[in-house]
Design a protein around this ligand. Structure first.
Ligand code: KG4
Ligand code: ZN
Length: 335
């Protein structure tokens, strides 16, 4: 039986990544070049710096991805690429590279939504069964996505202000933790207690939306007030209190969504899906939904990567959702 091989590109933010994916569920290679160090001294991702880095490494990335997978252009069936949402200059690097390779090697081009990519990281754990729900938590997005069938997406709830990962990065900055702060704050949280009882915004409202800017402000005010009066706060307790507030709201809203939308699977994906506290609490909560499987995106595939774009790209390929030379980057692309 012929295998389907997709070369897939991801460059929406601060990771340049190219993968070769077989039949949408097997990783032959997944090369990830991160630029985090270049952005750390600025405390966040600088778009112009990101674009330049992508340009510098993208050629080496796809050459390495093909070499590691031990395939040539003749073996490929398609080229997939993230075309949004993300930073326009960063996206354009992947889009230009993918378009060029598709044109030169006469391969179909598959435009992929970055958020659909995050969901399909779950595909490397087990096949997705529909209807499904995804809790998508990243640096730019926090949303609950209902999927009635393959390739169909309906956002039933989303953040009204900051994304969860963005809130982690901002409070991390106040704690003197360098970007991206999610991982270190998560680790610190496990050594502390929820002693500050920060607000759980919108937790009791009858919708599936989120808000994290009030929590962020409460956190920053607490730290500044302590600074002013010369009091030193327990860092582990601060981290634990912040994380408890974030996780409480994410888990409560997801539980409420599952009651209204019974599904076969709940998928947790996106950069913040690597959060140990969130993975643990969601796993406990899911015990009450006996007929819904919890699929946690693999830890290594929670952050941005080309593999997830190849998995989503395979679904688009099967549905004939192709692009052409006019494909452009769409920074605010929605489902
Ligand atoms: O999905 P991603 O790699 O990029 C976007 O598409 O935004 O997500 C990056 C975000 C950052 O805000 C980072 O702080 C957060 O994911 N993150 C975490 C953890 N690991 C990464 N947040 C909480 N806990 C973690 N363990
Ligand atoms: Zn992402």
């Amino acid at each position: 039986e012929k295998r389907n091989l997709i070369l897939s590109f991801e460059s929406s933010c601060d990771e340049t990544s190219v993968a070769v994916i077989e039949n949408g569920d097997t990783i032959l290679s997944n090369v990830v070049a991160t630029q985090i160090k270049s952005h750390q001294r600025f405390g966040g991702v600088v778009p112009e710096v990101a674009s330049r880095h992508h340009i510098e490494v993208v050629t080496r990335c796809f050459e390495a991805a093909l070499a590691e997978a031990n395939v040539t252009y003749d073996d490929l069936d398609a080229v997939a690429v993230t075309y949004g949402p993300g930073l326009v200059g960063a996206l354009l690097v992947g889009v230009s590279a993918a378009k060029t390779l598709a044109y030169v090697h006469h391969l179909p081009l598959i435009p992929v939504n970055h958020m659909m990519g995050h969901i399909y990281a779950a595909r490397f754990v087990q096949p997705i069964e529909f209807p499904a729900m995804a809790l998508l938590v990243s640096g730019g997005h926090t949303e609950l996505v209902y999927m009635p069938a393959e390739n169909q997406f309906e956002i039933i709830g989303e953040t009204r202000d900051d994304a969860a990962g963005e809130a982690y990065d901002k409070i991390g900055r106040v704690m003197g933790i360098s970007y991206p702060a999610g991982g270190p704050v998560d680790q610190l949280a496990h050594t502390g207690q929820d002693t500050f009882h920060f607000p759980r915004a919108m937790d009791n409202e009858a919708n599936f939306d989120f808000s994290f800017s009030g929590l962020k402000s409460a956190f920053i005010n607490t730290v500044h007030h302590a600074d002013q009066i010369g009091e030193s706060l327990n860092q582990a307790d601060l981290a634990a209190s912040f994380q408890a507030a974030v996780v409480d709201v994410l888990v409560d809203k997801t539980s409420r969504a599952l009651k209204k939308y019974p599904v076969k699977q709940l998928i947790l994906a996106g950069g913040v899906a690597a959060n140990r506290g969130l993975r643990d609490r969601l796993t406990q909560m899911m015990a009450q939904f006996q007929s819904t499987d919890l699929v946690l995106a693999p830890l290594k595939l929670c952050g941005d990567n080309g593999a997830m774009i190849g998995a989503a790209g395979y679904v688009r390929y099967q549905h004939g959702d192709f692009g052409d030379a006019s494909l452009n980057a769409e920074p605010s692309l929605e489902f």
